[in-house]
Ligand binder design. Structure first.
Ligand code: NAP
Length: 463
């Protein structure tokens, strides 16, 4: 590739390429890594609205899956790269504008994820007792935005709408005993509430069939291995049409074939009275939630599949059934949020882009979920971020090459605001404090769940 690199030119030691990365989750760190691997001299300012880094790895990965958090060790190394600066507790659009970022940097790369949720669009979706999975996941993971949510876990029956890995995480956290969770980094407020949970029966409802469920087969199988919990599915629900059989014969679709095998092994089961139960239902879509003051029932409509293999859609049959429940989680996928000044695709909830170039033009870039939507595992974001950085580097000759102030310019712009900007060294202090608190409780860490308490840790830091 021709990098457009010359002495004194953009990307040289005297005129480093200055990139502002918005968001400090996986795709932000992988984008920073890819930029540092280029032969150019690069400076990266990573801007994060929370005081602490790591986005979905810290606040999305389930506490009982610590291995999935190991990428933070890589991110920590990337943060040590010369030319990397972390600016936590800074919200783009509030503390600093997009225009300011564009004036202090040669390029702005958005890696801000998908912070909102898709809507089901059924009546009474927001009835008390009906929550998004995002709220619940954020709450048990100690996300400051969800710290003060409360979940009434007094109902014996919970329903989860959607059949992806987030639905599995929610089902597993509801099913495990607090003794199994106690030594994870689950937030203590969540552990206390779960200790009093009366949830015993969890229904995981999909609008399409077992062959279309988007669970990863390993995660699904794990549910069948939980102590004191039985997984079940009706054999009737596993009858497959010819298009489903064609889908399962495709060797690239082995994950779905394994899922169906797992479901088949769950049609017979023996549960004791004490066991919790996770029940899978297919070909059912919510049509209305009802309840006088809070959720009491969900009405589901039976679906049938129409369309060719890999293009099958759920169509309602008009046949309905009612399911009594006092707790419900909508786990039907995340959605990106718009940002003033950046093009936004309302239907998809992403920043529309071509190979990471927002609006198809040089200057603004996207990586990760805000680029392609909420799909894939953490590692998927590496190739995605690398591809975006390749686009950025290929655009070098089209970027305004005048030297930029970078970090200093950003600090000067923000001096007009009130926010306390946190550095990576500040995160290290918070991290050490969380680990110290966790060690006292036999946990890897006890997350600090309020922004003011994070800032207080730094206030108490010896100077
Ligand atoms: P997902 O995998 O996209 O699953 C969303 C589910 O919601 C699908 O079953 C989808 O059904 C259903 N759905 C969407 N709209 C619906 C509607 N209007 N009515 C009923 N159902 C609807 O999303 P996710 O579970 O939120 O996960 C997001 C990403 O994070 C995924 O890539 C996932 O693998 C990843 N993740 C990974 C892990 C892990 O590796 N341990 C853990 C958590 C999350 P259709 O198929 O019919 O659209």
């Amino acid at each position: 590739m021709n990098w457009g690199f010359d002495a004194g030119g953009l990307g040289s030691a005297t005129n480093p390429l200055r990139v502002a990365i918005v968001g400090s989750g996986p795709s932000g760190f992988y984008a920073a890594e890819a930029l540092f691997k280029s032969p150019l001299t690069v400076r990266v300012d990573m801007i994060e609205r929370l005081p602490v880094p790591f986005g979905l790895v810290r606040y999305g990965v389930a506490p009982d899956h610590p291995k999935l958090k190991q990428p933070t060790l890589v991110y920590d190394k990337i943060a040590q790269s010369p030319g990397f600066t972390f600016l936590g507790n800074v919200t783009v659009g509030r503390d600093v504008s997009l225009e300011q970022l564009q004036s202090t940097h040669h390029a702005v790369l958005f890696a801000c994820g998908a912070e909102s949720d898709r809507r089901l669009g059924v009546p009474n979706e927001d009835l008390a007792g009906s929550h998004t999975a995002t709220e619940f996941v954020g709450w048990y993971n100690g996300h400051p935005d969800y710290r003060d949510r409360s979940f009434d876990l007094s109902s014996e029956v919970a329903v989860i709408i959607g059949q992806g890995n987030v639905a599995i995480d929610v089902a597993r956290i509801l099913s495990k005993s607090v003794d199994e969770l106690r030594h994870t980094d689950i937030a203590e407020h969540a552990l206390d509430a779960l200790a009093d949970s009366r949830v015993r029966e969890i229904h995981v409802v999909g609008r399409r069939g077992p062959a279309q469920a988007s669970f990863t087969s390993k995660e699904l199988r794990e549910l069948g291995e939980l102590r004191g919990c039985v997984t079940g599915v009706s054999a009737n629900d596993l009858q497959l049409n010819s298009a489903c059989l064609t889908e399962l014969e495709d060797k690239n679709n082995f994950n779905a074939a394994r899922n169906v095998e797992t479901f088949q092994s769950w049609t017979t089961h023996s549960a004791t009275a004490d066991d919790k139960r996770i029940w899978f239902h297919f070909l059912q879509s919510p049509v209305v939630m009802t309840g006088k003051f809070r959720l009491e029932q969900i009405t589901l409509e039976r679906n049938r599949l129409t369309g060719p293999p890999f293009g099958q859609l759920a169509r309602g049959t008009g046949e309905t059934l009612d399911l009594r429940c006092g707790l419900l989680f909508r786990s039907i996928g995340y959605r990106g949020l718009p940002l003033w000044g950046v093009p936004f695709d309302e239907a998809k909830g992403v920043f529309p882009n071509t190979a990471g170039r927002i609006g198809g033009a040089p200057g603004l870039y996207a990586a990760g979920w805000i680029k392609r939507g909420p799909s894939g595992i953490i590692g998927t974001n590496r190739a995605d971020a690398v591809a975006t950085v390749q686009s950025l580097l290929a655009d070098l000759t089209h970027l305004d090459s005048r030297p930029r102030e970078g970090t200093q310019g950003l600090y000067a712009a923000m001096a007009r605001g009130n926010s306390q900007v946190l550095s990576y060294a500040d995160w290290r202090c918070i991290d050490a404090e969380e680990q110290r608190r966790g060690a006292a409780m036999g946990k890897p860490r006890e997350k600090i769940t309020r922004v003011r308490d994070m800032l207080a840790v730094l206030g108490a830091r010896p100077t």
